[in-house]
Design a protein around this ligand. Structure first.
Ligand code: DOR
Ligand code: ZN
Length: 454
């Protein structure tokens, strides 16, 4: 038997363990064998992994691809080009676009744009507001991967539903079997301090962080867990930034609530001092926290509170980020920065530091996000019969992101510029096609396909 592609001479990694001197055989985009290199079938094309790690393709369930409507920041083509270069094989886009993704026809528009130009596989969330509760079943049928509610104001200014509407949304979403995620910041708390800080002339980047205190996150998590306990809805906490927040998630899990959570590399890597070093470049919502909260977040992560790692990849122009005046009035700056090409390096650096094992990395960055959003085992598993989505990484490669212009997004502002990493994706394979190899995005725009939640 001759298959399409064999990747050999690597260490095959799954959350369950690792096999050296092994590889993967692929036919028609599907994995047909996983095993020792010398036992794999002949292939039309072979790829020598050169002793590197052959991991399940990374699933990033939180990116802002900006299309439709905000293509001046990013679009599907550029976001998924960055994904391919970062070792990410599936991305899920956020709904704060223009129009916002709150109707089946908006979702279809967004997915059609992805069909036309994506380099890697993709899906989309839909937003729930006061205005679209009755569209929840139709949004499910139109292919929503999951639902999102913005509890506090953030980029895009999608107004939060009231608590009654949230309860009703949970009941309706429960019927679809899908999961409801939150931008979990208590809007009244952050609005109050934002106004107070602005009136007092507290205009530094770190003031922005302090205007959105940890209690706003913790309270929002606890309230949504209580609502889910009553309604039986499956819920998810996007971008948990603090130890207090992650501990609240852990208490919810202990109570038997189906609550999953995600954190992002920047909350694990930086402390709020980055806002004094790099200014508004590092401004994000929720904000990067102090050292105590970061350590508590690490502890909670290592003890099971956090399911997934995702980037919250949020591109903005250098002008919007005040790059030429990074310590300018923070209220004139926008929140968010890119992350797709630094997430695998950041996590592999944590592995090198002994804070995670490679197996835990594969779990939190591939298997678990696929499970949480209904894509497993097709995505994130490396099992025979599933999509041949593969991220080959060199876990020992030391490198520095010297110049953000080396990234592939349309706008590349990130506080990770200047940071040094141990580890990098070297080859990215999506359904059997090599889309990134040896420093080049080699896949074709439009190859990426919609994912089908099961
Ligand atoms: O910092 C942020 N940027 N937080 C969000 O909630 C949204 C995101 C964006 O869309 O730019
Ligand atoms: Zn986000």
């Amino acid at each position: 038997m001759t298959v399409d592609l064999v990747i050999h001479n690597g260490t095959v990694l799954t959350p369950a363990g690792r096999s050296p001197n092994s590889g993967i055989a692929i036919e028609d985009g599907t994995i047909v064998a996983v095993g020792r290199s010398d036992r794999l079938p002949d292939a039309e094309r072979t790829l020598d992994a050169e002793g590197n790690v052959i991991a399940p393709g990374v699933v990033d369930c939180h990116i802002h691809n900006r299309e439709p409507g905000l293509e001046y920041k990013e679009d599907w083509e550029s976001a998924t080009r960055a994904a391919a270069a970062g070792g990410v094989t599936t991305v899920v886009g956020m709904p704060n676009t223009d129009p916002v993704i709150d109707r089946p026809e908006h979702l279809e528009l967004k997915l059609e744009r992805g069909d036309a130009s994506a380099h890697v596989d993709f899906g989309s969330y839909v937003v729930v507001t006061s205005e679209n509760l009755e569209h929840i079943p139709a949004l499910d049928e139109a292919g929503a991967l999951g639902y999102k509610i913005f509890l506090g104001s953030t980029v895009g200014d999608v107004p939060p539903p009231n608590d009654g509407e949230i309860l009703e949304a949970m009941e309706r979403i429960r019927e679809t079997g899908k999961r409801l995620g939150f931008h979990e910041e208590n809007g009244e708390i952050i609005d109050h301090y934002t106004r107070q800080f602005q009136d007092a002339g507290k205009n530094r980047p770190i003031d922005h962080a302090h205007s959105r205190p940890v209690i706003a996150e913790r309270e929002a998590i606890e309230r949504m867990i209580t609502f889910a306990e009553e309604t039986g809805a499956k819920i998810h906490m996007f971008h948990v930034s603090s130890g207090s927040g992650a501990e609240a998630v852990a208490r919810g899990k202990e109570r038997g609530v189906d609550v999953t959570a995600e954190t992002c590399p920047h909350y694990l890597w930086f402390t709020e001092s980055v806002l004094e070093e790099k200014g508004n470049v590092a401004r994000i919502q929720p904000p990067i926290r102090d050292a105590d909260q970061r350590e508590r977040l690490w502890t909670a992560f290592q003890t099971g509170a956090i399911d997934c790692v995702a980037t919250d990849h949020a591109p903005h122009t250098p002008e919007e980020k005040l790059v030429d005046d990074p310590f300018g009035n923070t209220w004139d700056a926008i929140s968010g920065f890119v992350g797709l090409e630094t997430e695998v390096p950041a996590l592999l650096s944590f592995v090198e530091q002994g804070r995670l094992t490679l197996e835990e990395w594969a779990y939190h960055h591939a298997a678990r996000p696929a499970q949480v959003w209904g894509l497993y085992p097709q995505k994130g598993s490396l099992q025979v019969g599933t999509d041949a989505d593969i991220t080959v990484v060199d876990p020992e490669l030391e490198w520095t992101l010297e110049d953000r212009a080396d990234l592939h997004s349309k706008n590349c502002v990130t506080p990770f510029e200047g940071e040094t990493f141990t580890g990098k994706a070297v080859t990215t394979v999506v359904r059997g096609e090599v889309v990134y190899d040896d420093g080049e995005v080699v896949g074709e725009s439009g190859y990426g396909a919609r994912v089908e939640p099961n």
